[in-house]
Design a binder for this molecule. Sequence first.
Ligand code: M6R
Length: 616
Amino acid sequence: MCGIVGYAGDKPAVPVLLRALKDLEYRGYDSAGIAVLDPGEAGALSVTKKQGKIANLEAAIAADASAATTGIGHTRWATHGKPSDQNAHPHLSCGGEVVVIHNGIVENYAELRSALVARGHQFRSETDTETIAHLMEERVKAGESLLDALRGSAGLLAGSQAIVAMSPDEAGVMVAARLGNAGGVVIGYGEGEMVLASDLAAVLPVTQRVAFLADGQFARIDKLGASFVNVAGEALQVPVKRIPIDPVSALKGDYQHFMLKEIMEQPEALSDTIWSLATLEPAELYLNDLGAAAERLAGVQRVVLIGMGTSLHAAMIGRHYFEQFAGVPAETDNGSEFRYRDPVLGPETLVVSVSQSGETVDVLEAMAIAGTKGALQVTICNTEGAQTARVAEGAVYTRAGLERGVASTKCFTAAVVALYALALKLGQAKGRLSADEVRRRLAELAKVPDAVARVLADAKRYQRLANDYATTQHLLFLGRALAYPAALEGALKMKEISYIHAEGYAAGEMKHGPIALIDPSFPTIAIATKHALRSKMISNVEQVQARGGKVLAIVTEGDDELARLADGVVTIPEVSELLEPIVASIPLQLLAYYVAVHRGCDVDQPRNLAKTVTVE
Ligand code: M6R
């Protein structure tokens, strides 16, 4: 959830840390802070931290530019302790022996804190993180190295954590740990310099050579490299990989917001995803990252798809693909519910986790449960080498490029494409799909980027339409079948960035309660495209209108009947039934974006949210 960064090299650390923190600000923006260590002067540790966005930290540092060449930094999404200067990371031990940044939750912090206070420690913040600094302090004072102090303390912490620490006693050194699934630690190997961060976005501007810490791994890093141990202190070899992501795609360019840039990038993101997974002539699927999982597909009897938020909505669309192409029962679940059930799974179950970041803790915990039951696991992920990809037997990567807006757009539609390809592959493996059928389905998929581009060409229209919705208090999104998850996604986009109360509903459910809400001040957006059970949707539109509600309908080009019936329409090009939700989602993304801009909301960093959710 929070962003963590570190630098050890010969350059001044402060600018490197600030730039990296800006790359990670989407992870949390309640406060930010840095600690730098000057190797020239023993004990020269300085900490600056400020409530609010990184701009506040930058302003606080401006007058005090340090020449220190080692440092750590943090951008916080508050869990324990309100957003404040005091609760901002980094956190110091009593005498500044250790300084710590942290992502995750120390679940037993209250108990640890009482014991530490009883032993004479003085706390300066309300955070769970500070307990780690005090625990390490005791070990450092007893003569342990910083790495051993982190290992020893780690055994006392309940919950999942990513921790980075420094000490004035070990100038030029950072230590890091990953315990569980609270988020990644990516270690970047530069030329005579090393960086670390909670995700790739902040490492790539320095280097594309990276190592990922896995659960239970600890690292000691200085400017010359990194060494790794497990919790018992045994040396580990952690592979260094070259990541083929272009850091340029992380820049906002001429767009006012990352979200708009990412919406507009969808034709390319979809096209890149499709053609990284398939060819049309010959019509073939190349899901090369499935690895050994490919061999087990023929034996799959059931599919369970898990995800959170937008990724869960993608999974709900994907469910239809598995049922149609592979003829196996498919169901979806929210990772945070799944992980606390005792789900019935076995080796014949394919668990498909959908996560753009590959670091969402609820998804990772659900995967851990699926693993204990022997299920075959494949992840749909936009981040090469992410934790879901390391846990699953196989991966299907989306090629959407880095997504920086907290509201997911291009990764949503790209995930739907990846699910379509995986379902085709499963259908093939189970002998359900002929070569002609695969060719026909791929040819339909190939038309989608163009259809999306046509909707985007008319983006300005949504800017005007946003005027009609910017002052509404409530909004209802309706859809049926594949358009139902698209309606849920439309409502999620609207609420998360514009703060308008929005509900997504299966249109057939309306008359079982929600229709009571309808009045002239409660507008409805209905996905009533050609294949989305259009005639049933027409009845729903009429039912809403009969209660005084106004309806904006998303319809297929040429649908004059709905154009006459609804109070407003937007049209999308016709695509095949299964792929309609991708194209129908574009107007909903654009509308949410322009409504949020109209309302003056912080589109890329909406309040209370973070891009990657690595805490429960
Ligand atoms: O990285 P993930 O795809 O696992 O993230 C899951 C959700 O947190 C995410 O989709 C969230 O719902 C988005 N902010 C929605 O726009």
